[in-house]
Design a protein around this ligand. Structure first.
Ligand code: FAD
Length: 485
């Protein structure tokens, strides 16, 4: 039987996955609350630029280099499956330094990128000017990144969508996923129009909005980072290479438009174009290519990049719901990563091992290992500091309670594995404390201590079922061991 897959979100990521899965015979439905590809995937500049965008060597850089090759290969397949031309151009990127500090940063970037498998050509300023006469005469240094590419991202999303439809996928516009539902062995999505879409697998590809779907309780967030773009009219071919610098970038389109970008702003879900955004972008454009200063302004827009806490994508199945998959958090590189994401997610859903290590991009990376929690019913501040010192050297955390009631509340919140009780303190009568604590945390280990002459308290604790009762001295000397039990 065909695998039924519901994809939430019809951006470049959702549409790429839909195409790859439909190609392999899955019954795919994409739910898009607005129009296909009209959010971040529409606002993008469309650079296929693993090197220009890179911050450091590491698994993400390697993923992006692989993504560039996968993208090229996917376009071949896409051409066979749709007539929509995504206007892929192999023109490369010219990365400019306009002062000495930028030059030294760029030289370092060129070095590490070459060592990490990137392709970099150092250019003298005359050589750079020959490659692209529009660049600023203030340029002091340039790197040519000849393998960087660009694509008309709006057409790319439509190409994926049209190819997916050609392979039998159903793409529904104007329908928002409200909730992911699980009943026994099946999973489904309820929509704002009252319909339920049953599936074997659900994929969350809702970009910056992916946390807004109910019924999902995984411990990470994807949030919007606004990027503004200013668009100018030029003659087709007036700018040949895309230009990049630490200040911004200029990306030409085949029809002559030149896109200048961008900003990185945390402004919630607000897609407003602002005076400060326009100022920053136009100043950067002017500094990189003053020869273009007469270009007429055409339009400006903003979009919301989907970001995670570590700015890496989240690719893989949900830690809490194995039939739910994530393909979110592509941040500044979702166009570049679209084809490889389609390939990876399809591999995972078809139970094939992906060809890259997904560890750094796994949804499980956000799950914090549980801390050993110890709750101490101790009021003596000096004694608390002794416990804290021992806890610190054992790498543990201890919470304290100053009375029985507060302690019981903290038992409920923390569910501690170990509870330490100062039995010499009348605030913590052994019998009553044990009975109440057992109700709140039935499996906690109760360890009581008292002065060696306080035999009554020790005896009461033993009768109340404490796992361990110790004299104060013995307790102090064994603290390290007791905290790591
Ligand atoms: C200014 C700017 C420039 C950029 N430049 C580049 C670049 O040069 N190169 C590059 O690789 N990347 C670039 N990016 C990043 C890239 O655009 C994004 O990473 C990529 O578009 C993310 O795709 P997506 O499908 O995850 O998100 P989106 O395109 O935002 O798609 C998510 C979709 O989910 C839908 N949705 C949300 N909630 C629901 C719901 N409950 N039910 C149904 N549908 C829902 C939304 O309507 C939306 O259509 C740029 C981004 C911006 C903003």
């Amino acid at each position: 039987m065909k695998k039924r897959v519901v994809i939430i979100g019809g951006g470049v990521i959702g549409c790429s996955i839909a195409w790859r899965l439909a190609r392999e015979g899955a019954a795919v439905t994409v739910l898009e609350r607005g129009r296909l590809g009209r959010e971040a995937s529409w606002a993008s500049a469309g650079m296929i630029a693993p090197q220009a965008e890179a911050q450091a060597a590491g698994p993400f850089f390697q993923l992006c280099l692989r993504a560039r090759d996968t993208f090229e290969a996917a376009l071949e397949m896409l051409r066979a499956d749709t007539d929509v031309d995504p206007e892929y151009d192999r023109a490369g990127i010219l990365y400019l330094a306009l002062n000495d500090q930028e030059r030294s940063e760029l030289q370092q970037a060129g070095q590490w990128q070459t060592n990490a498998g990137g392709t970099v050509e150092e250019l003298s300023v005359p050589a750079a000017l020959k490659l692209e006469p529009a660049i600023s005469p203030q340029a002091v240094y340039a790197l040519h990144l000849p393998l960087e590419r660009r694509v008309e991202n709006r057409r790319l999303t439509l190409a994926y969508a049209s190819a997916a439809i050609g392979k039998g996928a159903v793409l529904v516009e104007g329908v928002a996923a409200k909730q992911v539902l699980v009943h026994q062995n099946t999973i489904g999505v309820t929509a704002n129009d009252g319909r339920t879409f049953d599936a074997d697998v659900v994929i969350n590809a809702a970009g910056a909005w992916s946390n807004g779907i109910q019924g999902i309780s995984d411990p990470f967030e994807c949030y919007p980072v606004r990027g503004q773009i200013v668009c100018f009219d030029a003659r087709p071919g007036q700018l040949r290479a895309s230009l990049f610098s630490p200040r911004g970038y200029l990306v030409p389109r085949r029809d002559g438009r030149i896109l200048a970008g961008s900003t990185m702003e945390e402004a919630g879900f607000d897609k407003t174009v602002t005076l400060s955004g326009l100022t920053k972008i136009t100043r950067a454009a002017f500094e990189m290519a003053p020869q273009l200063s007469d270009l007429p302004f055409r339009e400006a827009w903003a979009g919301l990049r989907p970001a995670t806490r570590d700015f890496l994508p989240v690719l893989g199945s949900s830690p809490s719901l194995p039939s739910l998959f994530y393909a979110i958090g592509h941040f500044r590189s979702g166009i570049l990563l679209s084809a490889i994401t389609g390939e990876i997610v399809t591999d995972l859903i078809q139970a094939r091992t992906p060809t890259i290590d997904l560890g750094p991009f796994s949804p499980t990376r956000f799950i914090e290992p549980p801390k050993t929690s110890v709750l101490a019913f101790i009021r003596d501040i000096l004694f608390r500091s002794r416990v804290d010192a021992a806890a610190q050297s054992s790498g543990k955390e201890v919470a304290y309670a100053s009375d029985l009631e507060q302690g019981l509340r903290r038992c409920g919140e923390l569910q501690p594995a170990t509870i330490l009780i100062d039995l010499s303190d009348a605030a913590f009568p052994a019998g009553e404390a044990a009975a109440k604590i057992r109700t709140a945390v039935p499996n906690a280990r109760l360890i009581g201590f008292a002065s060696h002459v306080d035999l009554k308290a020790m005896d009461a604790a033993r009768k109340a079922g404490f796992e361990l009762t110790l004299s104060r001295n013995e307790f102090t000397s064994r603290l390290g061991e007791l905290l790591t039990l």
